[in-house]
Design a protein around this ligand. Structure first.
Ligand code: SAH
Length: 560
């Protein structure tokens, strides 16, 4: 790349040197010398430290010296060190010199000049003008090495860039490169033995650009090309496959694919040869939020786009289902009252079958997967089968429905705690009603179909419980709200009190899914002021926000 800020200085030649067994001279004994010494050892060279005995030796240098990985010549630098301490096969000239004495030390420029005369690469710390080479900020993963330089303009920025590039790469990329390299070598050997080795020209050089013949169609008549289609396939996947997919290839995958490509017509099990059980399936268990598609997390959005099979709960909002790419297989749970367990079992088996085929499965649930969503049961099921799910949170209706109805779950001086509970227990039984806490906001999910019984149990004792005083009853004038289809365009909020809410719901009719919020917080922002109830229809907040964002996007685009 050209150095735009300084047109007169050309780009440096960046190269990967093989320094195995070289002799590197390190002049000095300070922390920089210690870092250079460690680098030399890392790259397989033999460091020799030149420093008088009087100098303080950095402790890691002392360690290297005492364990024999570095040698210490105890004297002040002498010119002859450059031509006497090196390897015999290069006439004892040292291979590389690091000077760590700083730019003000006259020895630094002296050594630099000598090195240049002798063609020895030299690096002087903090003195770019005295260097014939500089080190790069590097990232390594097995055989993969990435080096960055800002040409001395910003070391901090170089290391940040290195970190960000590294974070962008998938884990185990180094191992994948090793694996792909081994396969290439194997193919080369086999094809070479068959007299086809000359078809590999120039492919071992990392700098070679893609050849124009890369995508040529292999015709029946083209015998050489047909025989080398395995290599071509390898080049194709290295070029086109997402890195994540490359990294997930196993040795067994490779064997299967190569076997298929060597014997037949160039396709293995369809398109990419990966529909084999040898590839390990993956499962993501994700929450899709309360309704509006903008409330999906980016993680779940990505999972939707990466899945081969999506198993969605019945309550997953339609606008979220609309985001699923058309080619992706989707099933929606056939859950209805009395059939929930069977539908659940059917789904688990469907997911497992897909995983065993090596597919990516997304189990999409409404709201948050671990809040009344049987999420952990499914986790256990898949884990027991050897597929531990990745679990992604979702915005739960328990917290967001009240928010979209302008009910703050906590509010200073009004509510200091939140309780989330279900109105329906196991096998349809009524759960124990919570005791009255004046500063609590209670959210009841799955409760509206039995709202009368629930409110009754909150505000009065049944005959058999009377007198036991095991809990405190909720006063009838406690504020409450029914929030239905929160965050959807047909959202509805009924604000009332425990005394009137059942009648209000009866009159309004139900619009599932919905929940009941109880507590003083319900009237903080909207008080019905003496009315028995108030009904509010509709919700467009997020769409308005979106159109504003879109408008900003457009005006920015126009400016560009
Ligand atoms: N895992 C879900 C809850 C599943 S239980 C979550 O975290 O949100 C299903 C119940 O959630 C419904 O009976 C209803 O009480 C509530 N619910 C789900 N979506 C809702 C919505 N958009 N508005 C109001 N309540 C909702």
């Amino acid at each position: 790349m050209k150095d735009a800020s300084c047109p007169s200085s050309p780009a440096p030649l960046m190269a990967a040197w093989n320094t195995k067994s070289q002799v590197h001279l390190i002049v000095g004994s300070n922390p920089i010398a210690a870092a250079r010494c460690a680098k030399s050892i890392e790259v397989g060279a033999k460091p020799i430290i030149i420093a008088p005995e009087t100098d303080d030796m950095h402790f890691t240098l002392s360690e290297h010296i005492s364990n024999g990985s570095a040698q210490w010549i105890r004297h002040e630098f002498q010119d002859k060190d450059l031509t006497t301490l090196g390897r015999e096969e290069v006439d004892h000239v040292v291979d590389l010199v690091f000077v760590t004495l700083g730019s003000n030390n006259s020895l630094s420029s002296h050594i630099s000049k000598l090195c240049r005369r002798l063609r020895i690469p030299v690096n002087v710390s903090d003195a770019p003008q005295l260097c014939s080479f500089t080190l790069l900020s590097t990232y390594s993963d097995g055989p993969l090495h990435i080096g960055i330089t800002t040409s001395g303009r910003g070391c901090k920025l170089a290391s940040r860039l290195r970190r960000e590039i590294a974070a962008f790469l998938p884990q185990n990329l180094g191992t994948a490169i090793d694996r792909l390299g081994a396969v290439r070598r194997r193919l080369w050997e086999e094809d070479n033995a068959a007299g086809l080795g000359d078809t590999y020209d120039g492919e071992d050089d990392d700098t070679t650009a893609q050849k124009h013949t890369f995508n040529n169609l292999v015709t029946e008549g083209d015998v050489v090309a047909a025989k080398t289609r395995r290599v071509r396939w390898l080049s194709q996947i290295c070029e086109y496959w997402p890195l994540r997919k490359l990294v997930s290839l196993t040795d067994a995958d490779m064997d299967t694919i190569l076997e298929a490509y060597s014997s037949g017509n160039g396709t293995a099990n369809g398109t990419d040869g990966l529909n084999t059980p040898s590839r390990k399936g993956k499962i993501v268990l994700a929450g899709s939020g309360p309704g509006h598609p903008d409330l999906l997390t980016r993680a779940t959005y990505n999972a939707i786009h990466n899945a081969d099979l999506i198993l969605a709960d019945k309550l997953v909002p339609a606008p979220v289902l609309d985001l699923i790419p058309r080619r992706t297989e989707v099933h929606i749970a056939r859950k209805f009252p009395g059939n929930a367990d069977q539908a659940q079992e059917e789904f688990l088996q469907m997911g497992l079958a897909a995983l065993n085929q090596g597919r990516q499965v997304l189990r999409l649930k409404q709201g948050d997967p671990y809040l009344y969503g049987r999420g952990a049961e499914e986790f256990e099921f898949f884990r027991a089968e050897g597929y531990s799910p990745v679990v992604l949170p979702g915005i739960t209706s328990a917290m967001s429905a009240s928010l979209f109805a302008d009910i703050p779950a906590t509010h200073r001086g009004v509510s200091d705690q939140v309780l989330v509970c279900t109105g329906t227990g196991r096998k349809g039984a009524a759960p124990n009603p919570p005791t009255y806490v004046p500063t609590q906001t209670v959210v009841f999910l799955m409760a509206l179909h039995r709202i009368s019984a629930l409110v009754e149990s909150l505000t009065s004792f049944p005959a058999e419980e009377a007198g036991s005083q095991s809990r405190i009853l909720w006063p009838k004038e406690t504020p409450c709200a029914i929030v239905e289809r929160a965050s959807c365009p047909d959202q509805r909020v009924i604000r009332s009190t425990l005394e009137h809410v059942c009648l209000a719901f009866e009159e309004a009719g139900s619009r599932p899914p919905g929940l009941l919020v109880v507590g003083a917080s319900c009237h903080v922002l909207h008080n019905p002021h003496g009315q028995r109830w108030v009904v509010e229809e509709g919700f467009h907040g997020l769409d308005e926000l979106r159109s504003e964002v879109d408008a900003i996007g457009v005006s920015l685009d126009e400016k560009n």
